[in-house]
Design a protein around this ligand. Sequence first.
Ligand SMILES: [Zn+2]
Length: 444
Amino acid sequence: MSRILRFITVCLLLTVALVTHAKGVRVDSLRYWTAPDHTRMVFDVTTPAAHQVFLLDNPARLVIDFKQAKLLKALPQPPKNHTLFSKVRSGIRNKNDLRVVVDLKAGVTPKSFALQPSKGYGHRLVVDLYNKVKKTKVKKEQKIATASKVVRKTVKNKARDIIIAIDAGHGGEDPGAHGPRGTQEKKVVFAIAKKLAILINKKPGMKAVMVRKGDYYIKLRKRMEIARAAKADLFVSIHADAFKNSKVKGASVFTLSNRGASSEAARWLAKNENAADLVGGVTLTDKDDVLATVLMDLSQTATKEASRNVAGKILKNFKSIGHLHSHSVQKAGFMVLKSPDIPSILVETAFISNPSEERKLKSRKHQLKMAKAIYKGIVKYFNQYAPADTYIALNASKKHTISRGETLSGIAHHYGVTMRLIKSVNKLASNQVRIGQVLEIPRG
Ligand SMILES: [Zn+2]
């Protein structure tokens, strides 16, 4: 064989090898994201993978068959003491196919789909396993919830808490933006959200509900549903911004733009059953379309006003702890802000793409500062606008303006509180009061 012929043969063989290789899929890794109602398995694959997912009994197993696929190294095992899985194994079938078997501890409903490359990840195959056991638990929880509702109704005049839904952006397979040093948005915003929840839960009459409780992804509409199910008085979504220019910095606070609001209102109206629990319990299904639109508008106007008000207060607090990106409340069509009946805001705490702000976002001290800025804005808002049936509204202190002839002891007697308490709340050094002076009267 001449040299040239040999060269051509080698080339041909190489091409054949490349073609067969290109046909196959390489499964490179596997990640697990555990949410309360499901677990997401994410396989990194070199190309979209032809696959099949099914369950086997005795013992319960989940099988994922990849066609024309191979594995270079063993797949990582699920987290220890996982509620669903005990072990993951893999093997080659029919010479060219890859079979992954997961030993299951509980019943699941699997669902799979491909994910396109994005945010530093390549092609992926997602297998979501919905926990069947949890469903009965949910039913039980619902029963308990209705039972406690009945109890709550019978115990009248029991002031309720103001509920704040805190939504840490992104999560799980969606890391959000990332900083030049690789800090992930999902992690820092979760840390800030948790700090905010602790502050809120310490305040009598307020309760925080974390929309995302761990490192997993929740669809945007589902985030709104969680807030509604918790009967939230306010929805706060926490994010960190990014821009290609690393010098850009500062915080911004967003409310929903009019366009985003009107398109969402139309969608809600189209789905009457969804609209039924809106507008303070007024059912829209039995109203004609015009009236329904008016009711929806009223609800939305109030919601928008409240959102703007609380957003403004938070923005002011951010100004005092650092640089603002925009000095007024911004408007955008963010999906999570579209609840027509829950005041909703989105806080971009800082630019993670700015090296110094990335550092701040990672610092626990600064995370607490940001959480406090949000917290103080929320408290200030609800001190002014607490719903009438809440503990905060019922325990709000009164204001008293001193008129001629009034004394501190007389005022204390009138409101049934001690002089000492009035003095300490108002930081008075003596018993002297002057005409026109406004005193805060605490509840005795
Ligand atoms: Zn974000």
